[in-house]
Design a protein around this ligand. Structure first.
Ligand code: ATP
Ligand code: MG
Length: 194
């Protein structure tokens, strides 16, 4: 089986596709539908969690598991192969630790604006690319939780678009992430409040 993934998405290896838990899925549309439903239930679940649980390493994995655990066996587990995006897979736990250290510092000091904290956190999380797939959706929900539950501000609008779908807004989102790779966070900060 082969699924076509949008530009800027990470294609799955055959052994990752092996991890599909619903054997009847045979098209990209069906996959999207099951993932969407799984993600929707995860969004309901996040309303019930305690604030102090979020910015810790096990929560990063737990949220991914909640979002994709009905569909993929490897949900909630860091990837074990390299992708076109992301750090070497062996470095993922360490890089996640560094990111969490940084975000704790930014939240404590509040010396950079809240939106920049959110943009920097989101960019670094999707750049590490901890999972085989679902990094974009997971990274956006993680960032929503940071904004709402930790920084106590409005979550981002993310261009008011479904960024998982190919189109103009997704292209602008990916361009803004690439700019952030060069430490220019302005396009991303502007994009996420559009
Ligand atoms: N050049 C880049 N630098 C940093 N992050 C990137 C880059 N290109 C893509 N990304 C991130 O990777 C995500 C795609 O990765 P992946 O396919 O694992 O996630 P997804 O949730 O399945 O995708 P989607 O964003 O389409 O919902 C993008 O949404 C974006 O957040
Ligand atoms: Mg994807």
């Amino acid at each position: 089986m082969e699924f076509k993934f949008p530009e800027g998405g990470t294609p799955l290896d055959p052994d990752e596709i092996e991890g599909l838990l619903i054997p009847t899925i045979s098209t990209r549309y069906e996959l999207d539908t099951f993932e969407f439903e799984n993600n929707r239930r995860a969004s309901e679940w996040v309303d019930t969690i305690r604030t102090s649980d979020i910015l810790v390493e096990p929560f990063i994995r737990k949220l991914h598991k909640k979002m994709f655990g009905d569909v993929w066996r490897w949900a909630g587990k860091y990837r074990t192969s390299n992708k076109s995006i992301g750090v070497f897979w062996e470095m993922i736990p360490e890089e996640i630790g560094v990111l969490l250290g940084n975000v704790h510092f930014w939240v404590k000091e509040r010396s950079i604006p809240d939106d920049e904290i959110g943009a920097r956190f989101h960019h670094r999380l999707v750049s590490i690319h901890p999972f085989s797939n679902g990094n974009g959706r997971h990274g956006r929900l993680m960032t929503d939780l940071l904004m709402e539950k930790i920084l106590k501000t409005d979550k981002f609008s993310w261009g008011d678009a479904n960024l998982s779908q190919e189109g103009d807004m997704r292209a602008r989102y990916i361009e803004a992430l690439i700019e952030a790779d060069n430490l220019n966070f302005v396009p991303l900060i502007e994009f996420v409040r559009k």
